[in-house]
Design a protein around this ligand. Sequence first.
Ligand SMILES: Cc1cc2nc3c(=O)[nH]c(=O)nc-3n(C[C@H](O)[C@H](O)[C@H](O)COP(=O)(O)OP(=O)(O)OC[C@H]3O[C@@H](n4cnc5c(N)ncnc54)[C@H](O)[C@@H]3O)c2cc1C
Length: 296
Amino acid sequence: MWELKEYRFAASAQEAVALMRQGPGTGAYIAGGTDMFLHPAECDFVVDINHAGLSDIARTPAGDLFLGAATTLHNIATNPLVADFAEGMLIEAAAHCGNRPVRSTATIGGNICNALPSADMAPVLLALDATCYIADADSQESLPLVDFFVGPRATVLEDRLLVGLALPAEAGTRRCASYKLTRSAEDISLVHVCVALGIEDGKIETARIALGAVAPVPMRAVLAEAQLVGQSVTEISPDLIADAAAIAAGECEPLDDHRASAEYRRDMVRVLTRRQILRALHDETTITKDSGGTVA
Ligand SMILES: Cc1cc2nc3c(=O)[nH]c(=O)nc-3n(C[C@H](O)[C@H](O)[C@H](O)COP(=O)(O)OP(=O)(O)OC[C@H]3O[C@@H](n4cnc5c(N)ncnc54)[C@H](O)[C@@H]3O)c2cc1C
């Protein structure tokens, strides 16, 4: 039973922070409530941010994409401004979070602030170099998402509010592929791999390999990424891609739990990273793609 004494509504980001600090006792922000109702926070009051003007999805003239923290996953999955960004990788991630009723209220901010290692929006946002916008009482700070998570269920926020996330236009043009390995369509990830490759003049200029559910926080496999940078899209060797995937598997720190063993998760990072690199390279690579059934 949730022993909540007060339910507060904020009309702006600044008011939300002020209401959070007003006391008495401790508070927590609430957005869609899909995590909060499953795992109620130990708090005296909650501050509802659904009417704080944080639900916008916008593209700047330069093509940057902004997602308000209180935007629902359903709105992300169906918004035309998101559709052509990063070959639809954001849409795909949002559309595979939970089920339809959950996605109608679950927000992207809640998914990130909950800071579960398996949070499904985290790897895709990491692969696209997301920046977080964070509100304090009378100021706003931005920081790369990669620096936002400090441990399982822990972020840099303390009592501050996540206002939204911005993705650079350049990330929207990357070749992308992702795979959420899960026991059932509505379950959380066993392993989640997102690959985003920025290609210029036939070469991989930027490589991002982001992993979910295989470390205390959603992570980037930076050593594996470095292996790909500078490679020609048409001449990259199968061995180099296999090496990059093996390096990614070495970089992660999976746990054993009731869903899967650490060993299985690590091997799936290797298998899925290799496949997503191949998918992201599309048909410009000379390598034959997996048929889907083989685990190589
Ligand atoms: C049946 C079911 C299936 C699910 N399946 C998945 C799945 O497949 N993949 C997945 O990743 N998740 C899944 N979830 C978990 C959950 O739905 C998502 O993580 C969701 O995005 C959380 O968003 P929310 O708005 O409901 O968060 P809330 O429950 O409102 O909040 C979650 C946490 O974030 C904090 N918070 C929320 N917004 C902010 C903000 N703007 N600033 C600061 N702190 C904030 C809250 O204080 C709380 O601690 C599932 C949940 C259910 C019930």
